[in-house]
Design a protein around this ligand. Structure first.
Ligand code: LMR
Length: 413
């Protein structure tokens, strides 16, 4: 043991499965390069997009010249009310009865971390957290970092490129009673495949019968259908059915506030008294992690959600983003067919939300990066928002060649 070089044995960590793609993209000097890795919206020119409603809210905040005092550990009170109304619906019974414990979080990931930590400390059932197979690249590491055990349930059927509903039901049924199931509220990441409303009702029944805990991750409210209420269907239905759900809510995508880190963690409790006790413990989870949440993102969201005009403008903008993504789905499909790309590509049009789960193999993904400077996660997921009229033809040509095994052959790109 030497005390002169403390960190000599620190091994190199692997790149992050999602954010590592952006790092690789940034290192590539090519001017043809395309990043369809990270799920962040881009405009028609491939540029990051700040919503007009957000710009206006920033102006309002600037005029207000508010102070920079610490927020309470649980966050900005008005933000918490408005964010919960958006997720649960204004007429939600537990919301009206004041029995939803809600705290501000460092966006969706922070919300998951708070929830998992609370589970680790207080959950009376088995601390097995079931993730869909596949799921967002960072889910498992957040679960593991929180000391819970990762389990998987079947979700995606590679043959039908759709939901493996029977497999999913079987796995929920077979899990030890009282297990925890993480459910993507809408626009499942990475597959873009969601259960139908009827399927959600069946899932709710089984979870209830098996006394499992439903933990919803809602990172795309508004992005799936362009309608925030419709996208909250599963969350609201489960609550109506009496599930004491947990919910991670993110404003990264639907308000385009990626780097602002606005979100909430909430959980439905049986009574006001129980909620108060839960909140007292949530504070004890948060305080040693980061003391209290950031002020600015909560203020921004509050301005937008509390001003009827800005709120309406925001809804129009979410719809616009979701429509542009859908237009890109159509274009990509048409181009792949035009290029006589082997395979059936209808799923690209059918999938929901920001991503398409293309079915490209890891080797094809690698070839796309190496020979065409196109970057995506190794599971073949592409962020449709990274495509636009200027780059979609180049992208589709490269993808067709990758599928045909022609990328990298001389004169291929
Ligand atoms: C994604 O899946 O691309 C996003 O949720 C960004 C992230 O943090 O991984």
């Amino acid at each position: 043991m030497t005390f002169t070089n403390f960190w000599a044995k620190v091994p190199q960590g692997p790149a992050d499965p999602v954010l590592g793609v952006t790092e690789a993209f940034k290192r590539d000097p090519s001017d043809q390069k395309i990043n369809v890795g990270v799920g962040a919206y881009r405009d028609e020119d491939g540029k990051p997009y700040v919503l007009d409603s957000v710009r206006k809210a920033e102006d309002i905040l600037h005029q207000k010249k508010s102070d920079k005092e610490y927020l309470p550990i649980t966050g900005l009170a008005q933000f918490l009310v408005l964010a919960s109304e958006l997720a649960y619906g204004k007429d939600s019974k537990p919301l009206q009865e004041g029995r939803i414990a809600v705290v501000q979080s460092i966006s969706g990931t922070g919300a998951l971390r708070i929830g998992f930590e609370f589970i680790r400390q207080f959950y009376p059932g088995p601390k097995n957290l079931y993730l869909p197979q596949p799921t967002w690249g960072a889910h498992a590491s957040v679960v593991e970092a929180s000391g819970l055990t990762v389990k998987r349930y079947r979700y995606f059927d590679a043959e039908t490129i759709g939901l493996d509903f029977d497999g999913m039901k079987e796995d929920i049924e077979a899990a030890e009673e009282g297990s925890i199931f993480l459910l993507h509220a809408c626009a499942q990441n990475p597959t873009g495949v969601d259960p139908t409303q009827e399927q959600w009702r069946e899932i709710s029944d089984i979870i209830k019968r098996k006394k499992h805990l439903a933990f919803f991750d809602m990172a795309y409210q508004g992005f799936a259908s362009g309608d925030v209420d419709r996208d909250a269907y599963a969350v609201r239905y489960f609550v109506e059915q009496g599930h004491e759900i947990m919910l991670a809510q993110s404003f990264a995508k639907n308000l385009g506030l990626y780097g602002e880190r606005a979100g909430t963690f909430s959980m439905v409790c049986a009574s006001v008294d129980e909620k108060d006790r839960v909140l007292s413990q949530l504070k004890r989870v948060i305080r040693p992690l980061y003391s209290s949440p950031p002020l600015h993102p909560a203020q921004l969201v509050t301005v937008i959600l509390s001003d009827p005009e800005l709120y309406a403008e925001w809804l129009t903008e979410v719809k616009k983003m979701s429509d542009r993504i859908n237009a890109m789905r159509e274009r990509l499909y048409d181009l792949l067919v035009e290029n006589q790309t082997p395979g059936e590509w209808g799923h690209i049009k059918k999938q929901i939300g920001m991503f398409s789960y293309t079915g490209l193999t890891p080797e094809q993904v690698d070839a796309m990066a190496k020979y065409a400077h196109i970057y995506m996660t190794r599971d073949g997921r592409i962020s449709m928002a990274g495509l636009n009229e200027h780059n979609i033809k180049y992208f589709a040509d490269a993808m067709s060649k990758a599928v045909k095994g022609e990328l990298g052959l001389k004169s291929s790109m």
